[in-house]
Ligand binder design. Structure first.
Ligand code: NAD
Length: 260
């Protein structure tokens, strides 16, 4: 379905971004990976997922907190593949503290990586998408783009911002073939969340399994983690012709979290 298209997925060396990159590669899209840590493993996984369609996989190590890095990543992706047709703004970090104790540096990095990076990639990707009259911007927000949780001031503010940015981007392009939508996961068991499981285990003297149950039980009625594979399939749907008129939604996959 996506043969000949190019998808850039920020923060795709791990977790949800990697799951989305694999799902899009399975549909035939060439992929630009981004993120820190090991690149060879994720690259091999995405190549394997897209093997039948002979997809090409590139990597750019831009730090999403730096506008100049982002500009370089967008330029080099366009130089290599002609255009970014599908932009998935996924890179994100978490920091947990009460507002009065929240480190100013951490606030700035969460806002830069989780919110401002999506503004920069979008502003740089939109002109070519509009010229082609086709494009998909998928913002990985969070259920925390819809509701709050204590001790997550920067994350919740950034994710609510991402949902707002999604709506504005969708509206500005509503008469074109460019759509913009947000995905709002509840708990997904990635390294970002395992850190929070570890903190619960340490705080309450629990096993890893019991700490997971405690974490889910506080927020997620299904008592199940959403998986990167499930989120990948939602991204594929947003890229499909059936989603041509899905514009500006914030679609939760949260086990009922926001329904409460
Ligand atoms: P993760 O820690 O597994 O992956 C984060 C990715 O972002 C990694 O590839 C990392 O290298 C990259 N990254 C971090 N800082 C970066 C930077 N400055 N520049 C470039 N890349 C950077 O996390 P995840 O759980 O897969 O989270 C992905 C997205 O999903 C985030 O935006 C997160 O807020 C969102 N999310 C996660 C959950 C969850 O439960 N895990 C729930 C809702 C939303």
């Amino acid at each position: 379905m996506l043969k000949g298209k190019t998808a850039l997925v920020t923060g795709s060396t791990s977790g949800i971004g990697l799951g989305i990159a694999k799902a899009l590669a399975r549909q035939g899209a060439n992929i630009v990976l981004n993120g820190f840590g090991d690149v060879d493993g994720p690259r091999a996984e995405v190549l394997a997922a897209g093997a039948a369609a002979e997809v090409q996989v590139a990597y750019h190590g831009a730090d999403m907190s730096r506008a100049a890095d982002i500009e370089d990543m967008m330029k080099s992706s366009a130089a290599q593949f002609g255009r970014v047709d599908i932009l998935v703004n996924n890179a994100g970090i978490q920091h947990v503290a009460n507002v009065e104790d929240f480190s100013v540096e951490r606030w700035d990095s969460v806002i830069a990586i989780n919110l401002s990076s999506a503004f920069h990639t979008s502003r740089l990707a939109l002109p070519a998408m509009k010229s082609a009259n086709w494009g998909r911007i998928i913002n990985v927000a969070s259920v925390h783009g819809l509701v709050g949780s204590a001790q997550k001031a920067a994350y919740v503010a950034a994710k609510h911002g991402v949902v707002g940015l999604t709506k504005v981007t969708a509206l500005e392009n509503a008469t074109t073939g460019v759509t913009c939508n947000a995905i709002c996961p509840g708990w997904v068991l990635t390294p970002l969340v395992q850190k929070q499981v570890d903190a619960k285990a340490a705080e309450h003297g629990l096993s890893n399994e019991d700490a997971k149950k405690l974490l889910l039980g506080e927020k997620e009625p299904s008592m199940q983690f959403t998986t990167p594979e499930e989120l990948g399939e939602l991204a594929v749907f947003f890229c499909s012709p059936a989603a041509n008129n899905v514009r500006g939604v914030a679609w939760n996959m949260d086990g009922g979290w926001a329904a409460q």
